[in-house]
Design a protein around this ligand. Structure first.
Ligand SMILES: NC(=O)c1ccc[n+]([C@@H]2O[C@H](COP(=O)([O-])OP(=O)(O)OC[C@H]3O[C@@H](n4cnc5c(N)ncnc54)[C@H](OP(=O)(O)O)[C@@H]3O)[C@@H](O)[C@H]2O)c1
Length: 291
């Protein structure tokens, strides 16, 4: 039995769907308010709980063989990115879980002081490595599904808003490939006790994305490119009345101000460990936009 947290998220939902396609038993950790009907229809065991509650995590971990931690945090990195994962690791140990897969983030090791999410992920990584559990830590770059709403807006308007440096590079990963990698991590020998950067097959500059949209929709992109200073001013203004939002904008700023890409060697290594050919952003978008 797998336990998947964040089972209604972009990644977690795909993990549960793929597990059920293989008819593998999976317990999906969901909130009562989440949309989880399709997961239940596919035969996932639904566990309703809240990752802020230790007793829910304790119950969810009972009798599971594998854990995939794929939940996000909204604006509460301390409770969800940090504490809930520490609790999951402790309970996984107690239940003699055979393998723990943790979805971290590309660049987690870079000590971005401005981002509570990056800091939490790095601390959880260290805790997991020292836990004595078998683990795989996946450090993905941005998910391709995040680009879908932008593509749909571009289809309507031809406009693409690019905040900050257009030359910054990223290796956006197909969310479906990442789901497969997360699942296979519990069985593939080369993934055991590894920390692996996960990206798509190509290194993209940020202004390659509107160009891809232009090719798909056969339309010349209009790129609006304000400097990062605009976000900084907004963030300072918000800080006067909402410290929590200001802090989450720190993660957004970190993402916009830095480069998140995998080297060719890292991608070749990943493809060889998992025996797969990673999907390009353009192919991912075409596949979903055609649906
Ligand atoms: N998106 C990216 O580009 C990206 C890049 C690198 C790493 N990551 C990491 O990958 C992981 C998955 O990201 P994602 O984009 O798939 O996340 P997502 O779509 O934002 O989904 C977050 C999930 O966490 C669940 N969740 C939030 N608070 C919860 C709580 N208190 N109790 C139980 N469940 C809770 C949400 O449930 P509800 O449905 O009820 O809201 C949802 O299922 C995250 O750890 C993220 O940091 C993401």
């Amino acid at each position: 039995m797998f336990l998947v947290t964040g089972a209604t998220g972009s990644l977690g939902r795909r993990i549960v769907q793929q597990l059920r396609e293989q008819e593998t038993p999976v317990r999906a950790f969901v909130r009562l308010v989440s949309h989880y009907q399709d997961l239940e229809d596919r035969g996932a065991e639904i566990f309703i709980g809240d990752l802020r509650q230790d007793k829910d995590i304790e119950k969810a971990c009972r009798g599971v063989k594998y854990v995939i931690s794929a939940h996000g945090s909204g604006s509460d990195a301390q409770a969800l990115d940090y504490r809930a994962n520490i609790e999951l690791i402790d309970r996984a140990k107690e239940n003699e879980v055979e393998h723990f897969v943790y979805i971290s983030v590309l660049g987690a090791e870079r000590k971005y002081e401005d981002s509570p999410v990056f800091k939490a992920k790095r601390e959880v990584e260290k805790y997991l490595v020292n836990s004595g559990l078998n683990y795989t830590i996946l450090r993905p770059s941005g998910f391709a599904n995040n680009i879908l709403p932008l593509a749909k807006r571009f289809r309507e308007t031809g406009i693409y808003l690019l905040i900050g440096d257009a030359n910054n590079r990223s290796s956006i990963v197909s969310t479906d490939d990442l789901a497969k990698i997360a699942i296979d991590s519990v069985t593939v020998e080369g993934a055991k006790n590894q920390i692996l950067p996960v990206g798509g097959p190509e290194i993209l500059k940020r202004d390659d994305i509107p160009r891809i949209f232009g090719r798909i929709f056969k339309r010349e992109p209009i790129i609006i490119n304000p400097p990062l200073m605009v976000l900084d001013s907004l963030r300072t203004g918000i800080g006067f009345f909402n410290r929590e939002l200001e802090s989450s904008l720190g993660t957004l700023r970190t993402l916009l101000a830095n480069e998140f890409f995998c080297s060719e060697e890292e991608i070749a290594n990943l493809e060889s460990i998992y025996g797969l050919k990673l999907e390009s952003l353009e192919d991912f978008l075409k596949r979903y936009l055609d649906k």
